[in-house]
Design a protein around this ligand. Structure first.
Ligand code: ZN
Length: 154
């Protein structure tokens, strides 16, 4: 049998919360228009690669955003992160910028970057990462349709 050395605890019934990483998820929603386009390509190639998402007059998606924050529950609150604060942060950093916006025209993020689900997820990650405690892990899942979704970091 292996020998495991465990530090003695004062209360043997107390859970060692520093050993239990937990993920907290917050789901949010936004509507936005976009157009996927590569100006270096012919209209035919853009149509072939991007299909309906290349529509010159833009089109909308109902994006479902799931923000995953992982860490150890705080010993005093039992929270990994206060979901109210997380919700407020997503509203401020993401929804206020993207909801009911044309991602190509109304935001600076996609002036030269194609607003694919992949790129939107990376942008959202960077916006939130800057505001969430660095001891917590962050992952973004973004649904462009019910069946098409991306995750970052992978
Ligand atoms: Zn699209």
């Amino acid at each position: 049998m292996g020998v495991s050395v465990r530090p003695k605890k004062q209360d043997p019934k107390a859970l060692a919360m520093d050993k239990h990483k937990v993920s907290v998820f917050r789901k949010e929603h936004f509507n936005a228009a976009h157009r996927l386009h590569n100006s270096a390509w012919t209209p035919e190639k853009n149509d072939e690669i991007f299909g309906l998402c290349n529509n010159p007059n833009f089109h909308g998606h109902n994006y479902e955003l799931i923000v995953q924050v992982t860490g150890y529950p705080d010993p005093e609150t039992g929270y990994v992160i206060d979901t109210k604060k997380l919700s407020d942060l997503i509203k401020l950093e993401v929804l206020a910028r993207f909801d009911h916006k044309n991602l190509n025209l109304d935001t600076t993020f996609f002036a030269t970057l194609n607003p694919t689900a992949e790129n939107i997820a990376v942008v959202i990650y960077e916006l939130l990462r800057a505001k969430i405690n660095s001891t917590l892990d962050l992952k973004i899942r973004l649904y462009e349709t019910e069946r098409n979704f991306v995750e970052y970091p992978s």
